[in-house]
Design a protein around this ligand. Structure first.
Ligand SMILES: Nc1ncnc2c1ncn2[C@@H]1O[C@H](COP(=O)(O)OP(=O)(O)OP(=O)(O)O)[C@@H](O)[C@H]1O
Ligand SMILES: [Mg+2]
Length: 236
């Protein structure tokens, strides 16, 4: 459903992504891992239309390389942000409505209520999105906003970061439920190997802007280069 062909992103002299090529099948749950600064968020920005790049991005067979963010959202590419940025003066429900109009081009209150319910946010729906919400609720809101855009492909940037392992397991179960219920394809950036192994059918490892491993989580986390890049050992 998604293909990147030789994607390169530069920021001045820094090469944030170098010649990244990979494909994603419909229905996959792919874990995107790699050390800080590896280029994971930049990859999401390139797919969702926030960053200019060299190379090509294809979505459902169509070249979207030059399409702006909102057009890609309408085609079904949804994402969360590493630092949640809800519109804090709007209520939780209003945040979802804004996301839905942006991403789906319509307002469907029933669908919003469904998303609120599935993300356990119905009780908070009338509250302002910031201040009144706890960390886990903000994370659920970030996912709910992405769902409200009615994506086929959902890009999750460290939505589980900062949670304890029990909460991570709960979120993982929720993500599996969303995957089945909404027929999603998911890419999730996450550092925790246990979570990736539990949730994902495939893992891709980025290091200094290049893919250094791609396979089942079990195979990838046994790979010597991956272990080295993770532990910071022997980086010749
Ligand atoms: N807008 C920007 N301008 C300049 N440099 C940038 C910009 N965005 C990212 N970078 C640089 O590109 C590289 C990749 O950054 P990116 O945020 O994609 O990494 P990441 O893998 O998401 O890291 P983290 O795990 O810390 O979130 C880093 O060296 C970063 O400093
Ligand atoms: Mg990042």
């Amino acid at each position: 459903m998604l293909a990147l062909e030789a994607v390169t992103v530069r920021f001045g002299g820094l090469v944030a992504l170098r010649d990244v090529t990979f494909g994603l099948e419909k229905g996959e749950i792919l874990g995107l891992v790699g050390p800080n600064g590896a280029g994971k968020t930049t990859l999401f920005n390139g797919i969702s239309g926030l960053t200019r790049l060299r190379g090509r991005v294809l979505f459902e067979g169509r070249d979207i390389t030059r399409l702006p963010l909102h057009r890609r959202a309408r085609l079904g590419i949804g994402r969360t942000f590493q630092i949640p940025q809800p519109m804090k003066h709007l209520t939780v429900r209003e945040n979802l409505a804004v996301a839905q109009v942006f991403g789906a081009g319509r307002h469907d209150p029933e669908r919003i209520e469904e998303i609120l319910a599935v993300m356990d946010l119905s009780a908070q729906a009338g509250r302002p999105a910031e201040g009144a919400l706890a960390l886990q609720e903000l994370k659920r809101l970030e996912i709910a906003k992405a769902l409200a855009t009615e994506p086929k492909l959902l890009l999750l940037d460290e939505v589980l970061a900062g949670l304890e392992s029990q909460a991570k397991r709960g979120f993982s179960a929720k993500l599996r439920e969303l995957h089945a219920r909404f027929g999603l394809t998911i890419v999730i950036v996450e550092h925790d190997i246990e979570t990736i192994s539990d949730l994902c059918s495939r893992a891709v490892v980025l290091d200094f802007g290049e893919i250094i491993a791609d396979g089942t989580p079990a195979a990838v986390f046994r790979d010597r280069r991956v272990v080295e890049s993770y532990t910071g050992a022997v980086h010749a």
